[in-house]
Design a protein around this ligand. Structure first.
Ligand SMILES: O=C([O-])CC(=O)C(=O)O
Ligand SMILES: [Mg+2]
Length: 606
């Protein structure tokens, strides 16, 4: 035994031997990024420095709880620290699921899941992956929204890095305080627009934590490579400013140069500390910063904005899925958005781009099929001078319309998309109008094709409380005709003896696979074509059976397979565009993506 494999008694630094051959996925998980183990390395057992004894049971990355075998308990000085039974990971999972189901309140379930992640990381991910449809709403939207609102009260331990105005000039040092070194994905928010819940300041941390849990569970990026960050420049939320349990800076938001300088220091420090292949996902920034940050850093860093680009890719994939049900092409449809912020304009632009690719018409032309309504009404050319820059491309020639209902009646869209973050805005009148004129005014070619009069209604705002209309309302008000998807999950609805299964048009379908594809190819920039590739990757996973059931998205239970396909598509595009730095290009990118994915099964320790 050489010095690197020596085990020491509790209290000292020690080393844990892992048997790479005895584990499923254990030898693969570290097999990507710069750390890819060579065949040679795999012949000798790996060694990782971790605690032993009591500290091992307190180390969430290595703790297995009752699953430690007696041999392991002897070898790592934990015999007697656990009750005598040895339990399999599967049985532990069964017990935990049973316990979580006992809780009545979603927030209790959320807290139980977060506690588990802090205690036993692999068990947390195994539980989440194996029960993704049940537990996604617990660790992600809608419950994560409530968790952020109450984050000060439920805060126990830090789960990510907090960079506030107080850290100005010291951000590089702060990054170095994070215990993990080989970071591949950062999700960062400044908490100003958390879901549709508004400014939650520093308590927005729940979002990067939740998104990164999905990077691992859905996309197979290993947990130690993920870094959640919240930038705290204050909050304008009076309630939080007056809340004694608020965890952030109690001041109003910094803006202008002060804000830009802090962000600039952050972006430079990230590049300096982790290199240029670290992926930075901007999440839940307010419109007035989101577009500018994306424009500024997309040419110098590997960045994307999930709310603008991730959401766009998932919606485009859903439209492609819906066309399989409706017939026709994107160009046969007319789109109306309520909400002209990040998601609205992001989706609109990606649809226009895809239409332009399909028809070879310039994007300025294809944009004309797409209309947006903001808080002041339909965006039209007469409003151009007073519009924010990201709205201007959508200001078409048309008389004004001040309400959504007026706009719907004037434009007669076939697809209605809600992205305003405001709940209950698709009223009965609005939804009924969608049915009414879809009966009479579709182009003949489309009316004759397949299913007549099926308006497509996407109520994308999150969490559930902000949904533009519920699934039940959509089906009821359209007499079961609507094709409906929402951002947050809704249960299936029975209407007139038929069960309708709503889709979940949430960027969670896209960002884990997109991120995996960028990481495994060593991409250095995100290009729009990669978003289209991600979207195609998702759309390609909608099966004939899904279509027959009226689904426009594949079920989340297949998400790891879906993510691998998305990753392979994205990586292929990165190589094609000359933006991939990992050379040589693996021949079979799908197999390669799958082989790189983290699996949470326990490892055997020698
Ligand atoms: O987090 C989600 O569920 C989707 C999203 O990005 C948002 O609503 O901002
Ligand atoms: Mg978001």
């Amino acid at each position: 035994m050489d010095s690197t494999t020596k085990k020491v008694r509790p209290g000292g630094a020690s080393v844990l031997d892992l048997d790479p051959k005895s584990t499923v996925g254990g030898g693969v998980e570290d097999a990507y990024g710069e750390d890819r183990a060579t065949e040679d390395q795999l012949v000798t057992p790996w060694t990782i420095s971790v605690a032993s004894g009591y500290s091992l049971l307190r180390d969430p990355h290595h703790n297995k709880g009752l699953a430690f075998t007696l041999k392991e308990r002897d070898a790592h000085y934990i015999r007697g620290l656990l009750p005598p039974v040895v339990m399999s990971q599967e049985l532990q999972e069964k017990k935990l699921l049973h316990n979580i189901r006992q809780y009545q309140l979603p927030l209790q379930k959320y807290t139980a899941m977060m506690d588990l992640a802090e205690r036993n990381e692999r068990l947390f991910y195994k539980l989440l992956i194996d029960n993704v449809e049940e537990l996604l709403p617990v660790v992600y939207t809608p419950t994560v929204g409530e968790a952020c609102q109450k984050y000060g009260s439920i805060f126990q331990r830090p789960q990510g890095l907090y960079i506030s105005l107080k850290e100005k000039g010291k951000i590089l040092e702060v990054l170095k305080n994070w215990p993990e070194r080989s970071i591949q994905v950062i999700v960062v928010t400044d908490g100003e627009r958390i879901l549709g819940l508004g400014d939650l300041g520093c308590q927005g941390m729940g979002i990067p934590v939740g998104k990164l849990a999905l990077y691992t569970a859905l996309g197979g990026v290993r947990p130690s490579s993920c870094l959640p960050i919240t930038i705290d420049v204050g909050t304008n939320n009076e309630k939080l400013l007056n809340d004694e349990f608020y965890i952030g800076l109690k001041q109003r938001r910094a803006t202008g140069k002060e804000y830009a300088d802090l962000l600039e220091e952050f972006m430079s420090a990230v590049k300096q500390n982790y290199g240029e292949k670290v992926l930075i996902q901007f999440e839940d920034f307010a419109n007035h910063n989101a577009f500018d940050l994306l424009a500024k850093y997309s040419t110098t860093h590997l960045v994307f904005n999930d709310d603008i680009q991730g959401t766009a890719a998932v919606v485009l994939a859903g439209l492609v899925g819906a066309l399989k049900l409706l017939g026709g092409t994107l160009g046969d449809h007319k789109f109306l958005f309520l909400g002209a912020g990040e998601a609205g304009t992001g989706i609109a632009e990606l649809i226009a781009l895809e239409m332009s690719k399909q028809t070879k018409a310039p994007v300025e032309e294809t944009r004309k099929n797409i209309w947006l309504v903001d808080s002041k009404g339909l965006i039209v050319s007469s409003r151009k001078d007073s519009l924010q820059h990201f709205k201007k491309p959508w200001a078409h020639e048309h008389p004004p319309a001040t309400t959504l209902l007026d706009a719907v009646k004037a434009i007669k869209p076939t697809v209605l998309i809600g992205t305003s973050g405001v709940g209950s805005t698709f009223t009965k009148e609005v939804v009924e109008a969608m049915v009414e004129f879809n009966e009479v005014s579709l182009p003949l070619s489309l009316s004759l094709s397949l299913s007549l009069h099926k308006p497509l209604i996407l109520a994308l705002s999150n969490p559930t409380s902000q949904s533009e209309c519920t699934a039940e309302e959509a089906y009821k008000w359209t007499q079961g005709r609507a094709i409906y998807a929402s951002g947050s999950p809704f249960d299936p609805v029975e209407y007139n003896g038929k069960v309708h299964v709503p889709g979940q048009a949430n960027n969670a379908y896209i960002f884990p696979g997109l991120g995996l594809g960028l990481v495994i190819s060593g991409a250095i920039r995100v290009h729009d074509d990669m978003l289209l590739a991600a979207s195609e990757g998702l759309a390609g996973q909608v099966t004939k059976e899904n279509c027959e059931k009226g689904l426009i998205y594949p079920p989340f239970s297949n998400i790891r397979k879906i993510s691998a396909h998305i990753a392979a598509n994205v990586a292929a595009k990165a190589y094609e565009l000359g933006l991939a730095s990992r050379l040589p290009r693996p021949e079979n990118l799908l197999k390669y993506a799958e082989s790189c994915m983290y699996t949470p099964n326990y490892r055997t320790y020698r």
